[in-house]
Design a protein around this ligand. Sequence first.
Ligand code: ZN
Ligand code: ZN
Length: 412
Amino acid sequence: MKKFKINKVDSFEENPTDRQERISWWSQEKLRNAKVMVVGAGAIGNETLKNLALLGVGNIFIVDFDIISTSNLSRTVLFRKNDVGKKKAEIAAERVKELAFNDDIKIDWFHGDLVWDLGTGIYNEMDLVLGCLDNVEARMSINRQCWLIKTPWIDSGMYELGMRVEFYNPPEVPCYQCNLTPNQIANSNKRYSCDYAKLKAFEEDKMPTTQITSAIVSAIQVQEAIKYLCDQEVAFGKKIYFQGKNNDFDILSKRVNDSCNAHASYPEVIDITIDITNTLKDLLLYISDNKLSKELASLDLRGDRTFVKKAYCRTCQSEIKIMRPTFRIDAEEFICANCRNGGHSYSNTDMNLETAKEIQEVFNLENTDEELLNYTLEQLGVPHMQIIAVLSKDNNYKYYKLSDNKILKSIN
Ligand SMILES: [Zn+2]
Ligand SMILES: [Zn+2]
């Protein structure tokens, strides 16, 4: 019997993206040029990164502050047993590079706290942000920053066999925060004391779920991303919902909350050559020297981050020098060493918080002492590539984007 002769390799079989490029509206070039930030390299993030790499998305930026633990291994396609104890963002970046058929793929990663360490200027450079997170605080942070500079983002979430995907396109409302209850917003602060220092014992709730649910939610998230990047229609501000227990699939409308406070955006952003390794004095001189904000311009961190100069012990009221932003303070530091040795520990109700510390949030050359003027912006708590608000003497705001201080690590 004569066998069919099959050509082993035809030219189309040499193109790794041949099958997807046969889709009528597909643009491999658009995917190759796209800049996508993936926040969270856990269960959903692993699947999302794998999908982006296999689809040929050309520029991927991975953010996570966590390290790999044994309990991650059953849900993370990019991690191996030997990776336990290593940084999630770094290992994910290495594996995505291995997986990608495209040698030109550019992968950056950042090991740090999304809420406090990553400035809005980074979001400004992205075409799309994919949230692969498990907590409301980080989602609110992404949402706010994406609104400030109008970068679209896709949120994802899961619980047991249920999942949801929501695509937000600022300034088109609703936003993510529009549908949060006051209780959810209040609970998003639970890793802090009531004066915003970090609580030592805090641990995020662990989600009951499986690898299958993270694979499904990521597949839908990335499919929406691909459609968007290839200029196809997507449903902004809707919830794509799937409950795997009874195979219930639905698309739900989300409500617009007119009193939501997350819809602000920057009118205009000016690039400057100062970065966070410069001192506060460098920044204030630069801005007045360049006549950008005229004389006596102030760096205004109100509503964003607070710098604590000193505190008064919650037990004996003695003075404690701190000189750090609140998010870098452990709440226990509000008790002096003597009282701590005497067995006292921190409690939110010890004394009036308003009088318990001396803070500064607005900084100019007149109101700031020399010691603080010589602090770097990083020491002051300003994150990498932040867009900072500067208030002029005549009460006008301008927004400046700090330059890149090469904090992002690249995989070559
Ligand atoms: Zn909103
Ligand atoms: Zn004390």
